[in-house]
Design a protein around this ligand. Structure first.
Ligand code: ZN
Length: 165
């Protein structure tokens, strides 16, 4: 069932979060002209194989509208949803994230909001899904923020390591 997918993803993220954050820190802090150019990693399981691009917000949620965007903290730069992607391996993408997206999509699609409501279990799963989106947004932000720092010194890394999904 769907909660086993959430549980599995959460377990993976928790067991790999230190490696993932270390990798982002190493690769995204700007060091003068040079930048470490290691291969992308899956931000969920730290896999380096078959890394694909995963939309932070699923395309159906913004109706595939290429013009929709949100403002970021960095000089008010526009971030288009269509370009808001994070790396995820095809295994996580297909086996875990895909099932979760499909479940959530159908939940919204099949619920008649005029005369029915989500069950408590469905609400729990929507909250878990939102937490997952929040995690992806945090990773997206931290990758960008690192890029605008000159060194690790000014970063409060302890805060970063608190990222949890
Ligand atoms: Zn993965």
């Amino acid at each position: 069932m769907i909660d086993s997918k959430f549980r599995k993803l959460r377990t993976i993220v928790r067991s790999k979060s230190k490696e993932v954050i270390d990798h982002i820190a190493l690769n995204h802090v700007h060091r003068g002209e040079s930048k470490r150019n290691d291969a992308e990693i899956c931000i969920f399981c730290y896999n380096k194989v078959d890394v694909t691009k995963e939309h932070v917000l699923p395309t159906w949620a913004f109706a595939n509208n290429l013009q929709r965007y949100f403002d970021t903290d960095i000089n008010g730069i526009k971030q288009f949803y269509i370009k808001a992607v994070i790396p995820a391996c095809s295994n996580c993408n297909n086996n875990l994230l895909g099932s979760i997206e499909k479940y959530i999509y159908n939940l919204f699609k099949n619920t008649n909001f005029k005369d029915s409501y989500f069950s408590n279990e469905e609400k729990q799963n929507i909250i878990r899904w939102l937490e997952l989106i929040e995690y992806k947004f945090q990773i997206l932000e931290v990758r960008k923020n690192f890029w605008h720092q000159k060194s690790m010194d000014i970063l409060n890394t302890s805060q970063i390591y608190q990222f949890r999904f």
